[in-house]
Design a protein around this ligand. Sequence first.
Ligand code: ADP
Ligand code: MG
Length: 425
Amino acid sequence: MTLAQELILIVDDTPTNLDVIFQTLNDAKFQVAIASNGERAIQQIERRHPDLILLDVMMPGIDGFETCRRIKQNPETADIPIIFMTALSDTDSKVQALKIGAVDYITKPFQEQEVLARVQTHLQLRSLTKNLEQQVAQKASELQASQLQLLQNEKMSALGNLVAGVAHEINNPLGFISGNLAPAENYVRDILSLIKLYEQKFPSPGEEIEVKIKKIELKYIQEDLPNLLNSMHDGIQRIEDISNSLRTFSRADTEHPVIFNLHEGLDSTIFILKHRLKATTNRPDIEIIKQYGQIPAIECFAGQLNQVFMNLIANAIDALDESYKYNHKNKNKSHVGYIRICTNLTQQQKVQIIIEDSGVGIPDEVISRIFDRLFTTKAVGKGTGLGLAIVHQIVVEKHRGALNVDSIPGYGTKFTIEIPVTYKV
Ligand SMILES: Nc1ncnc2c1ncn2[C@@H]1O[C@H](COP(=O)(O)OP(=O)(O)O)[C@@H](O)[C@H]1O
Ligand SMILES: [Mg+2]
């Protein structure tokens, strides 16, 4: 075992004692520092934290027990192991030493090999403990991450089921209407042409019919009825689009990956966010620029990737809202608000999705924290700080992909996702 470079501080007022231990530890390749009383020791410790302290009990000024207490009171130095060196062989002092936080004690006169063995043991214990603490912290953070994912999956699958259910329920009545609309249009056309024919053959149908024609404004009906049917057509088409988007968006597939066309996912997400793209009192419509390339369908957790698109595009909209507030203040009306969505297949056979906005951008001091759980710059109730943490988890952990962000404060932000076309689930 090599413990070279570790720093041991010896605190003792008797030079002869010091010499012996100094030599032994030095031979064992430790760095050794020396303090001749308690106060000096505390000053030295604050300047540089040793890895272990050998502390004499009887010293002029503050004694070893008091020195130990002060070291333990400071949270920064509290976990440095302290071994007492004592000529007192009575049990009371040993117990007291251990009570105030020493890890061990050695009694004078020293057996050099014993001092060395104890020092090495405690250094090793400390390094193991530190290691363990790190592992526990890491496990705790992994656990937190998987809980977040679990919670999100639950929420998404409950919501997904609801939405899919609603979309399904809408489909039936929608079917009646769209199925009957075409024959209804035919009937109306037939009846209108029949009326025309009547008008030609019987230009003077008599007073009763003429009054009726005037009263119901037959001319207007004849012109308007076809328009009316057309707009019903459009309306139904739109409900069908909504229903399809909802179903694509809410694909309940948290358990198994499916083959998925990402363009469909992006389109359905944009569709669902459509109401947020419309002009508000502060800004005009947000323009969506789609630059879709040739990409294959990929095996993935489709519902989760839709969640990724949703979180990124929603953030882009927030950033654009924010930029208009800012530009308004500065009376700069030339700002153009857009969200550009590009897809490509890279040479490494990865599907690349870029979501770019011309919003406020991300300040340099913030950018390293945006993927942290609960980090948000938005007002309470508006931001949760979970969006990007979830995006990161789904892209990087769930799909073995890469996620990058580039931003120029004041100009905009670009998120780039890369997902391998085939990956092991
Ligand atoms: N497109 C973007 N433009 C500017 N800032 C962004 C953008 N996306 C994310 N951010 C910043 O990252 C933070 C974290 O985002 P997110 O995790 O989605 O949480 P939330 O949106 O709830 O704040 C946001 O509060 C914002 O400061
Ligand atoms: Mg967000």
